[in-house]
Design a protein around this ligand. Structure first.
Ligand code: DC
Length: 220
């Protein structure tokens, strides 16, 4: 199996790029953030205080999370329900980042994610893929971009989806999430020594895709 890890901060373009590469090379794209989002949704729906680590840990076993691929699209199944359409809000982004600090949550995700990677050629994106989930990945990418560029991308996406959006508010949220994802005790976002760093701030999606596909061809 070929395992490719892509880590980086929110909004660097990981999922857009990983999806394209997976399609071109016929790999499975594993969006690990979606799994944390599903768990964030579960805890939010249950009314659990997202800053209460013990309460989250006590409820984690009640959330059955499964990943299915329907016509090549990853579907996150939470206790039997496909929650793909409910996990992309700002509220759930924040909830995912909060539940992700809890060790019991990370343990559950790690088992799920390693299981998928052991059965398929995967391109898996997240925060701790190269460092914790797949330390022996065949290729590790650290994809980043400046806060300003990442906020602007999110802003344009919101506007084109007909949503109200405030650029300064988005910047603040991105900084807050970076801070939490990079400074938590358990599996924080880091660039590991054997990862190749790509700064996508001034690159097009196509340029980044081509670069990564070239690197994958070199290892095969
Ligand atoms: O990639 P994303 O924005 O969908 O991820 C949502 C949150 O989930 C992110 O802020 C931190 C957490 N996460 C994580 O801790 N580890 C991962 N491998 C993926 C996501």
């Amino acid at each position: 199996m070929i395992n490719v890890a892509i880590d980086g901060p929110a909004g660097a373009g990981k999922s857009t790029i990983a999806k394209r590469v997976a399609k071109d090379l016929d790999y499975i794209y594993v969006d690990t953030g979606a799994m944390f989002r599903a768990l964030g949704l579960f805890m939010t729906r249950k009314g659990i205080d997202l800053n209460d680590v013990a309460a989250i840990a006590a409820n984690v076993d009640d959330a059955e999370i499964d990943i299915q691929y329907i016509e090549g699209v990853q579907c996150v199944i939470l206790n039997g329900e496909n929650v793909n359409d409910s996990i992309r809000t700002d509220e759930i982004s924040d909830a995912a980042s909060k539940v992700a600090v809890v060790p019991e949550v990370r343990k559950k995700m790690l088992i799920l994610q390693r299981g998928i990677a052991s059965r398929h050629d995967v391109i898996m994106d997240g925060r701790d893929i190269g460092s914790a989930v797949l330390p022996d990945a065949d290729l590790k990418i650290y994809l980043t971009a400046s806060v300003d560029v990442r906020a602007e991308r999110r802003y344009k996406e919101n506007i084109s989806n007909g949503m109200n959006s405030d650029l300064d508010e988005i910047k603040r949220e991105i900084r807050e999430r970076d801070e939490r994802d990079m400074n938590r005790k358990e599996a924080p976002l880091v660039k590991v020594d054997d990862a190749v760093e790509i700064d996508s701030s001034y690159m097009t999606i196509e340029e980044v895709v081509e670069k990564i596909e070239g690197m994958i061809r070199d290892i095969r």
